[in-house]
Design a protein around this ligand. Structure first.
Ligand code: DQA
Length: 159
């Protein structure tokens, strides 16, 4: 795994001022700097993209598959209802990890509809509730997935 794309969805461009009691005070640029330092220590090249539109997210996934070995995605609100983004993730065959800053399952703080993700089960993992660290654990999950796949025994039928 050499190249990782970090794709953020709607309203994440407003991080820093957007509901700081839920999403914290770091801006998206701050979070991208944290990711950059983490990735650099691991020799990874990272590309960052953020879109507010559903179609733009689908276009980005279809395009990034030609560049990235793995994708960390925070689909934001689309997590809860975008079959188009789900289908794009399922179609591209590149490992994708879904991440969220907030804990989607935290019933006391988050609305029940946020516990539903239509995208998580086509991803290799969902990481939620760790703030900016969710993105770093997302990178870890991509690296662990790569090791796991490399260690799989070759199926006898495939010689
Ligand atoms: C989010 C959680 C979503 O429910 C919400 O719509 C977001 C951000 C998160 O990172 O916690 O925009 O994906």
């Amino acid at each position: 795994m050499r190249r990782i794309a970090v794709l953020n969805g709607p309203n994440l461009n407003l991080l820093g001022t957007r509901e700081p009691e839920i999403y914290g005070t770091l801006t998206l640029a701050d979070i991208e700097s944290l990711i950059a330092a983490y990735a650099a220590e691991r020799g990874l090249e990272v590309r960052y993209e953020q879109y507010n539109g559903e179609g733009q997210m689908v276009d980005a996934l279809q395009r990034l598959v030609r560049w990235a070995d793995g994708i960390v995605i925070n689909p934001a609100a689309y997590t809860h209802y975008s079959i188009a983004i789900r289908d794009a993730i399922a179609a591209i065959g590149t490992p994708v990890v879904e991440v969220h800053l907030s804990d989607l399952a935290e019933r006391a703080k988050r609305e029940p509809f946020r516990a539903i993700s239509v995208t998580a089960d086509v991803c290799i993992a969902q990481i939620s509730g760790l703030g900016p660290n969710s993105y770093l654990r997302g990178i870890d999950a991509l690296l662990a997935h790569e090791r796991l796949v490399a260690d799989l025994p070759v199926h006898p039928d495939r010689g």
